[in-house]
Ligand binder design. Structure first.
Ligand SMILES: Nc1ncnc2c1ncn2[C@@H]1O[C@H](COP(=O)(O)OP(=O)(O)OP(=O)(O)O)[C@@H](O)[C@H]1O
Ligand SMILES: [Mg+2]
Length: 271
């Protein structure tokens, strides 16, 4: 068996623009990314560079224009059923209660209603939402909705967890609480995690490895850093660690120019 849970090998993604005739946009080119079993890897890069695109490729939601995806050494065809996916945007079903939202994936898998309910209740408790199962998404705070989405993913016990800026909409305190909770849950089960974020501090605090992507078009990795900070970590405290500061400086040196390029491109697009 492969020691990699997820391999993106020489991935390219080209989109055809809908408005202009035949115009194509190469978002991602020549990108190779490997996530070991039980490894927590963050990918940082400027806005619009292709992070969500890469995650969609890993999830099997988007077929790359070139390259191969392997899951535990096997080529991926169709949806990646070994992965759980936490989206950048809200993904709860508004017409279902929190409990029913967590249950739905289990029910799709053929788990009986009673068993799905029991497991979903357990997961809601684990993410700090005991007693909130009957609330509908609009009756929950943003942080609670994210917790529900986390329970939804973890309930399926995926071998690979894909997270696309899951906490970027939260206030700093809630965010740090949730980051710590994710680290605790991860330490317990050691799944392979691919974590996408804008936030370099978050990436360093959480990960075993941080991969920096270039600005688009033709985004590709331009740096890779092993995060040799001790675990368990508290995401707030670890930021004062001298090694954290050192790593932050090193990675920011690579990321800064790409962020500026990405920002200039966004302005150009908006003009
Ligand atoms: N289906 C599509 N059709 C056309 N262009 C697309 C499509 N999906 C993504 N793109 C383009 O590919 C580029 C990368 O998009 P992507 O959503 O992966 O960026 P991102 O790094 O996740 O950005 P953000 O940090 O803002 O979430 C963008 O320029 C986007 O406009
Ligand atoms: Mg994105």
């Amino acid at each position: 068996m492969s020691r990699y849970a997820l391999e993106l090998l020489d991935i390219g993604c080209t989109f055809r623009a809908k408005d202009a005739q035949g115009q194509r946009y190469t978002a991602v080119a020549g990108t190779t990314l490997r996530i070991g079993e039980g490894e927590f890897v963050s990918v940082v890069g400027p806005t619009g560079c292709g992070k969500s695109t890469l995650l969609n490729v890993g999830a099997g939601l988007l077929e790359p224009s070139s390259g191969t995806v392997k899951i535990f050494g096997q080529p991926l065809a169709g949806i990646n059923s070994r992965a759980g996916y936490m989206f950048q945007t809200e993904a709860l079903m508004p017409w279902r209660s929190a409990l029913a939202n967590v249950m739905v994936g289990l029910q799709y898998r053929g788990v009986s209603d009673d068993e799905a309910r029991a497991q979903a209740e357990q997961w809601l408790s684990r993410v700090g939402l005991r007693g909130f199962g009957d609330r509908y998404p609009h009756q929950l705070s943003g942080g609670m909705r994210k917790r529900t989405a986390l329970a939804q993913v973890l309930a399926l016990d995926p071998d690979i967890i894909l997270m696309d800026e899951p906490f970027s909409a939260l206030d700093v305190q809630t965010r740090q609480l949730m980051e710590n909770e994710v680290l605790e849950l991860w330490a317990d089960k050691k799944k392979a995690v691919l974590f996408i974020t804008h936030d370099l501090d978050e990436a360093i605090a959480m990960s075993d490895r941080v991969v920096v992507l270039s600005a688009g078009p033709a985004t590709h990795p331009i740096g890779e850093f092993a995060i040799d900070l001790p675990r368990p970590r508290d995401v707030a405290e670890v930021r004062t660690h001298p090694r954290f500061v050192e790593l932050h400086t090193q990675i920011w040196n690579v990321l800064r120019d790409e962020v500026l390029k990405g920002y200039a491109q966004q302005l150009q697009k908006a003009a």
